[in-house]
Design a protein around this ligand. Structure first.
Ligand SMILES: [Zn+2]
Ligand SMILES: [Zn+2]
Length: 241
């Protein structure tokens, strides 16, 4: 785990055959009100908990887990992480909260073929990703958590309930899988995905002043060039219809 800036920590995903999402821990260290953003792939929870402990952060300081979205590579080890911090609330966008509470796993797996393969490989039972959601995010909220302010942006397209978290003061964006470094964007062919929604979401993000980009995969960027997201949206626009 590395510190990106005060109150923002980065734990790199450990990809296998399937990618494992990065996670971020946000909140001022002494706030006792920290949030974990995303969880990761099955089996990838314990090293993440260990990384948090290695930074000298006490688990009791973690108040909640906020999901950028509920794809398998982000939610796979949620149960594993929650075993260590059972008091932590789960915050998810309304759309995907509905699916999680109903045990509708189509968005979690994204594709039937992938679902069959994963269920076999990881011995997953139907309904393994049914969770109660403590707070349903809508987009447009301003969250005062951990001594920092994070704005919630509903940015569908990669998945129906994808959210971004934006810290205006420090110009930090956590966009989940909507936009990555190197002009890459999230895939838009999975269940619940939508190319034109993704385009609109990118255009929404392009209006923000972003200096630090902390995506769900690949490298993080600490000095993002001005206009980076607008340029990314422009390059992809012909494919996002
Ligand atoms: Zn995803
Ligand atoms: Zn992902």
């Amino acid at each position: 785990m590395t510190q990106v800036t005060e109150g923002v920590y980065f734990i790199q995903g450990q990809d296998e055959m399937i990618p494992d999402s990065h996670i971020y821990v946000v909140g001022k260290p002494d706030s006792q009100d920290l949030s974990i953003i995303d969880a990761g792939l099955m089996g990838k929870g314990s090293y993440k908990i260990q990384s948090i402990l290695n930074m000298g952060i006490e688990l009791k300081a973690i108040a909640r887990i906020i999901m950028t979205h509920t794809h398998l590579d982000h939610i796979g080890c949620l149960a594993e992480i929650r075993e260590q911090i059972p008091w932590a609330e789960l915050w998810v966008h309304d759309t995907e909260a509905d699916l999680l509470e109903k045990g509708d796993e189509r968005t979690v797996y994204g594709m039937e073929m992938f679902q069959n393969m994963c269920m076999m490989q990881y011995s997953l039972k139907p309904g393994a990703f049914t969770f109660y959601v403590d707070r349903r995010l809508q987009g447009g909220e301003s969250l005062d958590i951990g001594g920092m302010t994070w704005e919630v942006l509903h940015i569908p397209g990669h998945s129906p309930g994808s959210i971004g978290l934006y810290n205006r003061m420090e110009k930090i964006l956590i966009p989940g899988d909507v936009v990555y470094a190197d002009y890459a964007i999230g895939r838009f062919d999975l269940h619940g995905a939508n190319g034109s929604e993704l385009k609109n979401s990118l255009l929404q993000l392009a209006k923000l002043d972003v200096n630090i980009l902390l995506p769900g995969h690949n490298r993080i960027v600490t000095e993002l060039p001005a206009g980076y997201i607008a340029e990314t949206a422009k390059q992809w626009a012909p494919y996002l219809t």
